[in-house]
Design a protein around this ligand. Structure first.
Ligand code: KG4
Ligand code: ZN
Length: 340
């Protein structure tokens, strides 16, 4: 029988400080997330300097708590995996340095993990991944369609040419005077609305899997300006639903077309925006009809957490990937396959 594998994951790329222990790449033993949302709210977005300060204060506490909740000691662990990038450089550095210190002090192997690989592997915590697999990654910084022909193998088939989906949500929220992060609130307003403003759908070239959300964002801003100039009030619910309908329709249609073209066995959604109820419902319905299994993690594993980093890191560790003490925060890190 193979020995159980216990991995400590650490995540600090944006505004959550998180640590988690995952067993055998798919079983959460402990999962601790310290969110900073309250501190960033009054600025309308994440302030990098404030994020770094919070991470410094929280990082050792969340690591200790992850061990405590798991009832484990450092010597029970097999490796430490940490988000290397992409993300805010100052924020990444706190997690990376904590991971390096922890690995050095406890003589453990260290593995640097790509944040988006983490979001994708959040799904491995729910059910075994089957390949070829198509992942729709939608977060505050990313909107991508990633094809996985095998475990640890990634092919980027489409990405946003401007704003990420979550970024568009947060910017539109600001126009509607909704505090950061606006995504969940717009989602709620859209669910409750009985009508929608008709905003454009941006398809780009007919065969492209790329996305563009800046035109839609501008359409919402113009709609608000025009109303302001006429001293008219807009209905935020109708705007929220109009915006969300456009985002969801384009994301769903492109994901479906790619799933068909690449004849995938599984479709998954990942990243903060995959917490969106409108998007989840649309993808669930579409792929049920299409007969392709579709999965999305529960809400708390959609947004940033360290269990997903430990899950991706477990696959990398098993593939023999190791980082050394020169590991650094890499804000622009690209998603590279660790298996051929
Ligand atoms: O993955 P994530 O936690 O952080 C990044 O890696 O970016 O994603 C955060 C993004 C934010 O833009 C937030 O507004 C959005 O996810 N988000 C949502 C929802 N929940 C979070 N967007 C739309 N609907 C939601 N329910
Ligand atoms: Zn994220």
């Amino acid at each position: 029988m193979e020995k159980d594998l216990y991995i400590l994951g650490i995540e600090s790329s944006c505004d959550e400080t998180a640590a988690s222990i995952v067993k055998n790449g798919h079983e959460i033993v402990s999962n601790v997330v310290a969110s900073q949302i309250e501190s960033h709210k009054r600025f309308g977005g994440v302030v990098p300097e404030i994020a770094s300060r919070h991470h410094v204060e929280q990082i050792t506490i969340v690591i200790e708590e992850a061990l405590q909740q798991a009832n484990m000691k450092p010597e029970d662990l097999d490796a430490v995996c940490v988000t290397e990038g992409p993300g805010l450089v100052g924020a990444l550095l706190i997690g990376v340095n904590a991971a390096k210190a922890f690995a050095f002090a406890n003589d453990l192997p260290l593995v640097g993990v790509h944040h988006i690989a983490g979001h994708i592997y959040a799904n491995a915590l729910i059910q075994p991944m089957e390949f070829p697999l198509l992942a729709l990654v939608v977060s505050g910084g990313h909107t991508e369609l990633v094809l996985m022909e095998a475990d640890g193998h990634f092919k980027l088939i489409g990405e946003t040419r401007d704003d990420a989906a979550g970024e568009a949500y947060d910017k539109v929220a600001r126009v509607l005077n909704i505090p950061y992060p606006g995504g969940p609130k717009i989602d709620q307003l859209a669910q409750e609305s009985d009508a929608a403003v008709d905003f454009p759908r941006v398809w780009l070239e007919h065969d492209s899997y790329d996305f563009s959300f800046s035109g839609l964002k501008s359409a919402v801003i113009n709609y608000k300006h025009n109303a302001d100039q006429r001293s008219e009030k807009i209905n935020p619910m109708h705007v929220a639903k109009g915006f969300q309908d456009s985002v969801v329709e384009v994301l769903t249609a492109k994901t479906l077309r790619a799933a068909r073209e690449f004849k995938v066995k599984q479709v998954i959604a990942a990243g903060g925006v995959s917490a969106n109820r409108g998007l989840r419902t649309s993808l669930e319905k579409t792929f049920k009809k299409e007969g392709i299994p579709f999965y999305v993690p529960p809400l708390k594993l959609c947004t940033d957490n360290a269990a997903m980093i430990a899950a991706a890191g477990s696959s990398m560790f098993k593939a023999g990937k190791r980082s050394d003490m020169a590991l650094n925060g890499r804000p622009g890190k690209e998603l590279i396959s660790w298996n051929d």
